[in-house]
Design a protein around this ligand. Structure first.
Ligand code: ZN
Length: 313
């Protein structure tokens, strides 16, 4: 266990990945959520995406949201873009950290952005040139990295090949997305291992979904390999677009709760993140899947007076 990182850098993706998969919410609520998150101690926030408003109406007000956010200088904010037009808009709005996304599976990429993985990679090369020319940085996100809802298994070699192409074209770092919650600890160990062999110097962020209950187990497997950059979503905001009713992103406060007990620092104040999760729940008007939001931290005490209603084990 001595290889465990001392500190994790978490990227809060609730305002983008979370809200994108919820019914649209008012602009003012988005701004308030980002501002609340920026005061929790989290180091990175994925604030918005610049996508076509017809494709994703939830993000139509991205520029407006970003213009009104109270920027915390201790936080690195990023925007996700699907193409060159989106990158241009993100830069024009003042973002310097850009995330581009490409699916390792061709079918998913075509459904997502209406072109092949190869064509998206060509576009990413142009985006990298554009962003670097304006002094920004680019993280290449490879989605369906642990499996595809249309194709099923996605070979590790395929994921590594897509990631390698983006890095060759100048991407500053990588992220692997478990888009539909198909990752397990065994698969995390396999993909991270192969990626390290092929791209030993690439900064690697991981994005897990808890669709099948393995979200935090996957984080633990990656932490034991020394990975220290993870995405998570406040309250577990955002569902799974391929499985109505299923949970999506892992919950930030659950991740913080687990790793802090392992002596790993995230910089995040758990009580502030739980409060932000309560606010997220109010904004979307539904019960969010986070169990730490329901139960509180493990040290929360119950008043001893009163009668237990069942024999607890
Ligand atoms: Zn996600």
């Amino acid at each position: 266990m001595s290889d465990l990182p001392e500190r994790l850098s978490l990227r809060e993706v609730g305002p983008r990945d979370g809200l994108q998969n919820e019914d649209p919410v008012p602009t003012a609520d988005k701004i308030a959520l980002i501002d609340a998150l920026s005061l929790t101690g989290v180091s990175r926030i994925e604030a918005v995406s610049f996508v076509h408003p017809r494709a994703i109406p939830q993000m139509a007000d991205a520029a407006e949201v970003w213009a009104a956010v109270t920027r915390n200088p201790a936080v690195r904010y990023s925007a996700l873009v699907p193409n060159l037009t989106g990158a241009q808009r993100a830069l024009d709005s003042g973002f310097t950290e850009i995330e581009v996304v490409v699916s390792a599976s061709d079918t998913h990429n075509r459904k997502n952005v209406n072109r092949s993985t190869e064509e998206s990679l060509d576009d990413i090369a142009r985006i990298i040139d554009l962003v670097h020319g304006r002094g920004g940085s680019v993280q290449a996100i490879v989605s369906t990295a642990f499996g595809c809802p249309y194709e099923g298994e996605v070979p590790v070699e395929r994921v590594v090949a897509v990631a390698s192409r983006a890095m060759r074209d100048g991407a500053d770092s990588l992220s692997f997305g478990d888009t539909t919650g198909m990752a397990t600890p065994t698969r995390v160990t396999g993909l991270v291992g192969e990626t390290r062999m092929a791209l030993p110097d690439a900064g690697l962020n991981l994005h897990f979904h808890n669709t099948r209950g393995t979200g935090l187990a996957n984080v633990l497997a990656a932490i034991e390999l020394g990975v220290s950059d993870f995405d998570a979503s406040v309250g577990g905001l955002g569902g799974c677009p391929y499985a109505p009713g299923a949970s999506g992103n892992i919950a930030t406060e659950e991740l913080v709760h687990m790793v802090e007990d392992m002596g790993i620092d995230t910089g995040i104040r758990l009580d502030a993140m739980i409060a932000a999760a309560g606010e997220a729940e109010r904004i979307v008007g539904r019960t969010l899947p986070s169990q730490v939001l329901r139960a509180g931290p493990r040290t929360r005490r119950t008043p001893a007076e009163g009668t237990a209603t069942a024999t607890a084990t």
